[in-house]
Design a protein. Structure first.
Length: 309
């Protein structure tokens, strides 16, 4: 009966984790509303953000409120929200779903560890509980950090071609906002991540935010040094009235050079990275293939010689 109850709880918890993952990663049905709501939330200070997490709100707000009153809970929420934004996950309740999924996963591991070590001494049980809690909180964060690195790599890969196209469109006489929206529409199916970021900046400016603040938020969302340089170039060019199209052309060439250097560095590291799989997996197989037949032949000849005597 206890085993059946445990498996039912584990199955229900696994279903909740799958649902939370689907809710976070499914496509947005109202991107304009989500981006405008992101603009509104980013304009609030930390104190106002904490004030929104109240008991009388929705289920997600209540969950964030309960977690925020725990020691270190508010820092955890803000850190998770920052990582989710840098991973390109900016849905309305993404932070609440991530917190809920992490807590559910940690509780599932904790319950599994308690069930597996139910007959062990208390010292071993305590070590298992600590290990389960650490793994339950660290593994989701590790996965999220990997998503952040993948999203940043996609942005860096798309940046040279997108900046070059932006310079070409600016050269036709369009304004900066119109050029960025045009580039976003053209790059939507090739580089959807950077196209979405450009569209977000344009929508923030159209919603009444200063262009400098919008680009600074763009830099904070991505955390990429090349985008920081691009934002500074655009803001300074608009401030001093210099030609932005020519500057973007030169900057696009510099970005392509950096991309080529990164590719060459990755190729240079490939030999070192292949050393460990070769030593661990390929060389033992080669030794077996080359040495075992000879050893078997020698053993067979020695057996025949021994039998002849």
């Amino acid at each position: 009966m206890i085993n059946l109850l445990f498996f039912l709880i584990a199955g229900g918890t696994l279903t909740l984790i799958l649902w939370f993952g689907f809710e976070i990663f499914r496509n947005q049905e109202d991107p304009l509303g989500d981006r405008l709501e992101e603009l509104q939330s980013q304009a609030l200070v930390v104190a106002q953000r904490s004030a929104r997490r109240k008991v009388g709100g929705t289920g997600a707000d209540r969950l964030l409120y309960v977690v925020s009153i725990l020691p270190g809970g508010d820092d955890w929420i803000r850190g998770s929200e920052r990582l989710l934004h840098r991973a390109g996950i900016r849905k309305k309740y993404a932070t609440a779903l991530y917190i809920f999924g992490t807590l559910t996963f940690a509780l599932l591991l904790l319950g599994g560890m308690l069930w597996l070590q139910r007959d062990n001494p208390p010292s071993s049980l305590l070590g298992g509980v600590v290990a389960a809690l650490l793994l339950g909180f660290m593994l989701p964060k590790t996965v999220l950090q990997r998503l952040v690195r993948r999203y940043r790599a996609k942005l860096q890969e798309a940046l040279p071609d997108t900046v070059d196209l932006l310079g070409i469109v600016l050269g036709t006489g369009l304004a900066l906002d119109q050029s960025m929206m045009r580039v976003s529409e053209e790059m939507e199916y090739i580089y959807p991540e950077l196209a979405g970021e450009f569209a977000t900046v344009v929508m923030q400016v159209r919603a009444g935010q200063e262009r400098t603040v919008a680009f600074n938020q763009f830099v904070r969302r991505t955390g990429i040094e090349d985008i920081k340089s691009l934002a500074a170039m655009i803001v300074q060019s608009e401030k001093f009235g210099t030609s932005l199209a020519q500057a973007l052309k030169v900057y696009a060439d510099a970005l392509r050079t950096r991309r080529r250097l990164r590719a060459e560095a990755a190729v240079g590291k490939a030999g070192i990275k292949m050393l460990f799989p070769i030593v661990l997996f390929i060389l033992p197989v080669l030794f077996v293939i080359t040495l075992v037949p000879g050893m078997l032949s020698v053993m067979r000849d020695l057996k025949l010689l021994g039998g002849g005597r």
